[in-house]
Design a protein around this ligand. Structure first.
Ligand code: IVH
Length: 681
């Protein structure tokens, strides 16, 4: 007989939680997806009829409809530590020797060996068994509240089963299973969207969504490997038992976890896992060894931010031999020709590689790479695959030298090679379609003119349709032209036009960056703007005067001068101002800095800021007269620490330098000088 109302609701939740557990944790589902969905629908219907019965741990509540504007900081009750790395057997033996010395023992130490999961560390707070909060690691002390996003992960229990501590922070890693990653990228490719570089980036991006409905669509999972604060303390005497206890409560523990004897057991585990790595459904970048006895862990304690009782033994970068079929040249934003190796496809570190970068002609000569050679391809973590070296003994007789083309492969303009520079460039400038597209993308990018919605695909369409050649053309676009493009609705066309219009109101550093002068990145653009104060002053400056700008050397100065002297560029700049209507504040920089309310202050920025980029903060602080330095010293007045702050924070604390959070930064930007805790202002 079916119970109704409250009783049935509780029963349905229990059943659904049990099915989730069988499915995600035990991998032994006992009902079909359809049966599961029927139970979920019944629960939804009951909750709709009786909204008073809805509780936060109900499985219907995984996906919240609330879109956040930011993530609230969360202080971890017990800091989240990081791990020291070992790169060789000898490093691991040294770690084991140190543990023996500190524990004053001769016999083999028992370790718990675990995969080092390549995802994102999270801390989940369970109160009375109910998930009440989830946070990122952040700087180890303070993370960000990502509760709404974590709740969407079906393998994370909203309520633990059994007798659980009153309060417990559990630590684990959120990751994207490889199959889900492949599916996600296949979908993105079908839509013509940008692909995720790797599962780790995809998982990170998914967890940082402000809209949990987006996160809910991403295939995420989690494994748990430890605890932070618990009240009362857990009884487990061994780390392995603690993990078993977590699993019994419903938290997924990686099935590859094993206890091993002594350092030889560790190294054997490492080798067997390295071999099995291609078969795992998740990315790992090494192995973690943890002293198994928790009392021993306590004795060993920690140094700085890493425990003395655990170490990560990293896998080396992956390498594989293959044949170099050809070398092609890609044309970048400033015309740079980058040689790309076309390879016989080869499996390296879990991915098929058929292209790899050869960087530039100097590299090709240094490595003596020839077409037809057997080359060793290397791929490490996030990094683009590269040709590491050539197997010279295997060189075929007919191997061909790589020739730098005389003409641009895209527009056939002459290729030039500047003395003292590794890069060869196409001399076509804006007349080269490849450069045009790259230059437009750069102009529209977030740190330059920041035109939202103007992505690579749209630029490609605009250039191919002959609607846009240079940035100034963007400001002449009209709604009918845009909305006539493929896959472009009236609404998105209007949005893009609005974003283009908004970008008219800009700043000199953004404009200078957006112009795409070779070698001028964000920092140089800012330095130029601060030094000259106006575009006219920069245009009128001699190479010697440009050399006076901090951090600008002869190569950059020559590029800037050559860029400004090119009549095509001069014309473009004029068009941007008079025709396109771009405007930016210009003033004599010295006067501004002297009068600034933060005159005389030295500030250092570290970590990730929420409200603005570090570069934007630097720009604003400098405009107010502050000096922004790269490292902390006794002369530093304030360290501004965002999330994931690292060694600079530690150093500031040891030197007693006042540390400000983002609220403190806001005060500074408002022209106030916050008082540090231990020093008079
Ligand atoms: S334990 C007290 N175990 O590695 C030690 N960490 O460098 C704290 N990680 O932030 C971490 N797999 O994101 C531990 N089996 C594992 C791990 C693991 C991956 C990550 C974690 C942490 C980083 C430390």
């Amino acid at each position: 007989m079916r119970r109704s109302g409250a009783g049935r609701v509780t029963e349905l939740r229990r059943l659904l939680a049990e099915h989730d557990r069988r499915y995600y944790e035990l991998d032994q589902p006992s009902v079909s997806d359809a049966e599961y969905d029927t139970l979920m629908q019944e629960l939804r219907a009951l909750e709709t009829q009786h909204p008073e019965l809805i509780t936060p741990d109900s499985p219907t509540q995984r996906v919240s409809g609330i879109v956040a504007t930011g993530f609230t900081p969360v202080k971890h009750r017990v800091p989240m530590l990081s791990l020291d790395n070992a790169f060789s057997d000898e490093d691991v033996r040294a770690f084991d020797r140190r543990a023996h010395e500190r524990l004053a023992t001769d016999g083999d130490i028992v370790y718990c060996a675990e995969p080092k999961l390549d995802g994102l560390a999270v801390s989940l707070l369970y109160e009375a068994g109910v998930l009440t909060r989830a946070a990122t690691r952040g700087d180890g002390t303070t993370g960000e509240d990502i509760s709404a996003n974590i709740r969407t992960i079906r393998s994370v229990p909203l309520r633990l089963s059994g007798h659980v501590p009153d309060v417990m922070e559990v630590r684990g890693e959120v990751y994207m299973p490889l199959a889900g990653f492949a599916r996600l990228n296949a979908q993105a490719a079908a839509r013509g969207d940008k692909l995720f570089v790797n599962p780790r980036n995809a998982a990170a991006g998914s967890l940082r969504q402000l809209n949990p409905q987006m996160t809910a669509q991403r295939p995420l999972a989690a494994f748990f490997y430890g605890v932070g604060f618990t009240q009362p303390a857990l009884a487990a005497a061994e780390h392995r038992q603690l993990l078993a206890q977590l699993a019994a409560w419903g938290l997924r523990v990686c099935p590859e976890v094993q206890t091993v004897n002594g350092v030889d057991g560790c190294l054997a585990y490492y080798r067997q896992l390295a071999e099995r790595r291609p078969q795992l459904d998740y990315q790992i970048d090494g192995v973690v060894y943890k002293v198994n006895r928790r009392a021993d862990q306590e004795t060993l304690g920690q140094v700085a931010r890493a425990p003395r009782w655990a170490i990560a033994h990293k896998f080396p970068a992956d390498e594989a031999p293959t044949t170099l079929l050809d070398v092609e040249f890609q044309v970048g934003r400033t015309g740079t020709l980058t040689p790309v190796a076309r390879l016989q496809p080869v499996l390296v570190g879990g991915a098929t590689v058929s292209n790899a970068t050869l960087h530039n002609m100097d590299e090709i000569e240094r490595k003596d790479v020839r077409i037809g050679d057997t080359v060793i391809v290397r791929r490490a973590g996030d990094v683009i695959p590269e040709v590491a070296r050539v197997e010279l003994e295997q060189r075929p007789r007919d191997a061909r030298r790589v020739q730098l083309p005389e003409k641009c492969p895209v527009c056939a303009s002459p290729v030039i090679r500047i003395e003292g520079e590794a890069a060869a460039r196409c001399s076509g400038g804006f007349s080269c379609p490849a450069q045009r597209k790259e230059a437009l993308g750069h102009f529209a990018s977030r740190r330059a003119l920041d035109i939202e919605g103007l992505g690579d695909r749209l630029i490609e369409q605009l250039v191919d349709a002959g609607l846009v050649q240079t940035p100034a053309d963007l400001y002449r676009l009209e709604l009918p032209q845009l909305s006539a493009l493929e896959r472009m609705g009236e609404k998105s066309a209007a949005n893009v036009l609005a974003a283009i219009a908004r970008s008219r109101d800009t700043t000199l550093p953004r404009l200078l960056l957006g112009l795409g002068i070779p070698e001028v990145g964000e920092a140089t653009a800012l330095a130029l703007a601060l030094h000259f104060g106006s575009l006219a002053a920069l245009q009128g400056a001699s190479t010697e005067q440009i050399l006076e700008v901090p951090d600008v050397g002869p190569v950059i100065a020559a590029h800037i001068r050559a860029y400004l002297d090119d009549t095509r560029h001069a014309r473009e700049v004029t068009r941007l101002r008079s025709e396109a209507g771009l405007h930016w504040p210009e003033q004599a920089p010295r006067a501004r800095a002297d009068a600034g309310p933060l005159q005389g202050l030295t500030v250092v920025l570290t970590g990730t800021l929420q409200s603005m980029t570090r570069e934007a903060a630097t720009e604003k602080l400098q405009q107010l007269g502050a000096k922004v330095a790269g490292s902390v010293s006794k002369k530093t007045d304030y360290l501004i620490a965002g999330a994931e702050a690292g060694s600079k924070l530690t150093r500031a604390q040891s030197l007693n330098v006042p540390v400000l959070d983002e609220a403190g930064l806001e005060s500074l930007l408002a022209g106030r000088r916050p008082r540090g805790p231990d020093r008079p202002a």
